[in-house]
Design a protein around this ligand. Structure first.
Ligand code: AMP
Length: 400
C-alpha cells in the first residue's frame, strides 16, 4: 500500500457492514476496527480519506411501499463510533455520488475524513454500473480497496471503480494485503503436513473447495453436516442426517482422488445423534456409519474429536472452514469447540493456522480462541472463491 498519499484525496472502499440492533446501535465493530490501520496510514501521510462501504441489503429489504429503508440502512449510524475510533470528526454525505457528495469531497482538507452514504442505495452498485463507478472515481485522486469480504463480486465500488484509476494510483489496503498474503501462504507456501478441516452444512456449497483441497492438502478432515454424504457414499447408514443424494457421486470422486493422491481423508468415526433437530432433543453417541432411522448426526462424537485433534496436533499448516456440528445449539457445539482448541494448541506449537468463513469465525469467537490462531479471515465467500482458485474481480481490476 505504497501510494503517494500526501496532499491527495483517497477513495477508500472498506467493509463497514456491521451488525446493528433495533435502535441502530453497533453490536460488533470488528470490521470498523479492522479498517483503522489503513485509514490511519493515509491520514498520517497527509492524505484525506473518502470512505465508501455498503451496509446490509437495502435493495432486497425495501419498505412495504417499495421505498428504500434509508433510516435502517444509512451509514450515518456509524459516524459517532467512527469519530471515536479515529479521534477526529467525520463528515457525512447523505449522497454517495452527486453534487453534494462532490462538494463535500472537494472541500476536504488533508487529515480529514468523509463518509459517503451506503453504496447499495444506488442500484448500480451491485450491477456494476460503469456510470456510478465513474462518478465515484471523480471524487478522488487515488483509490484503495480494503474490503476483502466483497472482493468476489464485480460491484461498482469494488471492481469497476478501480478500472477508472491507472496503475500507480490504486492499491489494496493493509487488511486486504494481509488477507491475500495469508491465503497465499496456505495455497502456495504451505509447510507440510498441511491439514484442511472442512465442515458446515452442505457438500454442494464447498464442492469446488473439496475437489481442489484433495489435491494440495495432505490430510482432509471432513465434519459437520457434509460428512454424512461421504459416509453414505461409503455405504454407511446415516438415518435422518443431512445427506445430499445428488452429491453422492461427487463424494465418491473426492474419495477416489484422495486415494490416488495419497491424501488422507478423515471422517467422524462417531457422532452425537439426536431424535429431533432441536436444542432439547434426546441425544446419544453412535457410530457415524450405523445411525438408526429417525435419528440424525448433529455433532462429531468423542472418538472423532480425539482422532481429529491428534491429526491437527501434528500439522504444520491448518486451514479451517465450517463448524463440525450445529454449534448454534449448545448440545451440539462441543465438537466444534474441541477442534478450535486443537487448532489453537497446534498454533502454539508453531503451526500456521488460517480460519475463515462466517460460521467458523463465529464458533471460534464463542470459545474465545479467535486470538489463538494465526489469522482469522474477514472474507466468507471471497475467501472460499480465492481458495477454490477463482479469479476475484476486485483483485483482477487492481492489476489492469
Ligand atoms: P456453512 O455455512 O456451510 O459453513 O454451514 C454452517 C451451518 O452448518 C451451521 O449453521 C451449522 O448449524 C450447520 N451444520 C453443521 N453441522 C451440521 C449437521 N450435522 N447437520 C445439520 N447442519 C449442520
Amino acid at each position: 500500500m505504497d501510494l503517494p498519499f500526501h496532499g491527495k484525496k483517497v477513495l477508500l472502499r472498506v467493509d463497514f457492514n456491521v451488525p446493528l440492533d433495533e435502535k441502530y446501535h453497533i453490536t460488533d465493530d470488528t470490521r470498523m476496527q479492522a479498517a483503522l490501520p489503513t485509514i490511519k496510514k493515509i491520514l498520517d501521510q497527509g492524505g484525506a480519506v473518502i470512505l465508501l462501504s455498503h451496509l446490509g441489503r437495502p435493495q432486497k429489504k425495501r419498505l412495504p411501499d417499495g421505498r428504500l429503508d434509508t433510516e435502517r440502512f444509512t451509514l450515518r449510524h456509524l459516524v459517532p463510533r467512527l469519530s471515536e475510533l479515529l479521534q477526529r470528526p467525520v463528515v457525512f454525505s447523505e449522497e454517495t455520488v452527486g453534487p453534494k457528495a462532490k462538494e463535500k469531497a472537494a472541500s476536504l482538507l488533508p487529515g480529514e475524513v468523509l463518509l459517503l452514504e451506503n453504496t447499495r442505495f444506488n442500484p448500480g452498485e451491485t450491477s456494476g454500473d460503469p456510470d456510478f463507478a465513474r462518478q465515484l472515481a471523480e471524487l478522488a485522486d487515488l483509490y484503495v480497496n480494503d474490503a476483502f469480504g466483497t472482493a468476489h463480486r464485480r460491484h461498482a465500488s469494488t471492481a469497476v471503480v478501480a478500472e477508472y484509476f491507472p496503475k500507480g494510483k490504486k492499491s489494496f489496503g493493509l487488511l486486504m494485503e494481509r488477507e491475500l498474503a495469508n491465503a497465499r501462504k496456505v495455497l502456495e507456501q504451505a509447510e507440510h503436513p498441511m491439514t484442511a478441516i472442512i465442515g458446515g452444512a452442505k457438500v454442494s456449497d464447498k464442492l469446488l473447495l473439496l475437489e481442489r483441497l484433495v489435491h494440495f492438502a495432505d490430510r482432509l478432515i471432513i465434519g459437520g453436516g457434509m460428512a454424512y454424504t461421504f459416509i453414505r457414499a461409503q455405504g454407511g447408514h446415516t438415518g435422518q442426517s443431512l445427506v445430499e443424494e445428488d452429491r453422492l457421486d461427487v463424494a465418491r470422486k473426492v474419495l477416489s482422488t484422495a486415494k490416488e493422491r495419497h491424501t488422507e481423508i478423515h471422517l467422524p468415526a462417531d457422532s452425537i445423534i439426536a431424535n429431533r433437530f432441536a436444542p432439547d432433543a434426546e441425544t446419544r453417541v453412535c457410530s457415524s456409519y450405523e445411525i438408526p432411522d429417525g435419528w440424525m448426526g448433529l455433532d462429531i462424537g468423542p472418538q472423532a474429536r480425539q482422532q481429529f485433534a491428534e491429526t491437527i496436533s501434528t500439522s504444520k499448516t491448518i486451514l479451517w472452514n465450517g463448524p463440525m456440528g450445529v454449534f448454534e445449539m449448545p448440545a451440539f457445539a462441543e465438537g466444534t469447540k474441541e477442534i478450535a482448541k486443537a487448532v489453537a494448541a497446534a498454533t502454539k506449537n508453531g503451526a500456521f493456522s488460517l480460519v475463515g468463513g462466517g460460521d467458523s469465525v463465529a464458533a471460534l469467537k464463542q470459545t474465545g480462541l479467535d486470538k489463538a490462531v494465526s489469522f482469522v479471515s474477514t472474507g466468507g465467500g471471497a475467501l472460499l472463491e480465492f481458495l477454490e482458485g477463482k479469479k476475484l474481480p476486485a483483485i483482477e481490476s487492481m492489476e489492469k
